[in-house]
Design a protein around this ligand. Structure first.
Ligand code: BTN
Length: 317
């Protein structure tokens, strides 16, 4: 019922809806309407109220309503089943728990993560309402060694989606998206596989949307769309990312063709042409980033002139 009320208010964002109207439309008492409004406010939603005019969600409110995403989304299977959680430890961990029974393309979406995970056991700061915290369960019929390209497809999808809204994001191979040189989005791909066959992939995407204050250790290296002047709603970003992703992902899974995604990773690369460090178990090795190969590897040239394809891992500038 709470979600229905939220949906109702969201439909008339910026204008008041009377308590009487809500109670009639949803078949609940005025007292119940009041109780649900209180619960929503306690959860952190800003709902304005006036004794004469009723209740209103402010025009700038960014409320995530799964049914709104479902009805606007133009995909065949990606995001067609949505598991929405107001608060969860990590959408990736939740997606892994449900993966074996979940349909291909199931989306796990949360308003808040209490233990968001980054790569290399790092934490991912995921404040309530401030970003897109989502994970897709994917069940591609491809060999496990071909799965790493899916991370690049996800990065290309985020960059293309943001382009639709006028944000010129760069891709830092293999899985960071930068805006104005700072990290805007991270991708964490986890896989359960046998030697020859993938059981499932959980593709986690975190995009900072409206965060204005980051923890001290992230202040100089992270940013959000709002901080860079892009006022977007999470719903619109999610829809755009899923649509871009489905097109490129389906092409790859069906025909092995990742050329569109890899082309975008090249075109929007923050590394190609720059001096970087390749970070491996043996330390940080200086190199120049030359290209991204057709298979999605980073082609680098070391100081001794040798050229190598870096298959996966960390690089820094
Ligand atoms: C990184 O850059 O280190 C990867 C960050 C990935 C964050 C996303 S947010 C949604 C999903 N759930 C998680 O716990 N992590 C990913």
């Amino acid at each position: 019922m709470k979600e229905k009320i939220l949906e109702f208010l969201a439909q008339s964002k910026g204008s008041y809806v009377s308590g009487e109207h809500i109670s009639e439309e949803l078949g609940i008492s005025r007292a119940a309407v009041w109780k649900h409004m209180k619960a929503l406010r306690d959860e952190g939603y800003t709902i304005e109220s006036s004794s004469r005019r009723g209740y209103m969600l402010p025009l700038e409110a960014d409320v995530l309503i799964p049914s709104e995403i479902e009805s606007r989304l133009d995909t065949e299977f990606v995001g067609r089943h949505i598991v929405f959680l107001e608060s969860i430890d990590s959408t990736n961990d939740h997606a892994k728990k449900i993966a074996s029974k979940a349909l291909d393309g199931t989306l796990v979406l949360a308003d808040e993560q209490t233990k968001g995970k980054g790569r290399m056991d790092r934490a991912w700061s995921s404040q309530k309402g401030e970003g897109v915290w989502m994970s897709l369960v994917l069940k591609p019929n491809i060999a496990p060694h071909r799965a790493s390209v899916i991370t690049l497809i996800a990065g290309a999808s985020v960059a293309r989606a943001l382009e639709r809204f006028g944000a010129d994001a760069k891709i830092k191979w293999p899985n960071d998206i930068l805006l104005e040189g700072k990290k805007l989005c991270g991708i964490l791909t986890e896989m359960s596989a046998q030697m020859e066959r993938i059981d499932y992939i959980v593709l986690g995407i975190g995009i900072n949307v409206s965060t204005m204050e980051f923890p001290d250790e992230l202040r100089d290296i992270a940013t959000s769309l709002k901080r860079e002047g892009h006022l977007l709603e999470r719903r619109d970003i999610i829809i755009a990312v899923l649509e871009e992703f489905e097109r490129m992902y389906s092409a790859y899974v069906k025909t092995g063709d990742a050329s569109e995604a890899i082309g975008i990773c090249r075109e929007k690369s923050s590394l190609i042409g720059r001096d970087i460090y390749v970070i491996s178990w043996s330390g940080k090795v200086p190199a120049k980033a030359l290209d991204i190969s057709g298979e999605g590897d980073l082609v680098v040239e070391y100081e001794d002139g040798s050229v190598e394809r870096v298959i996966s891992g960390e690089v820094s500038v």
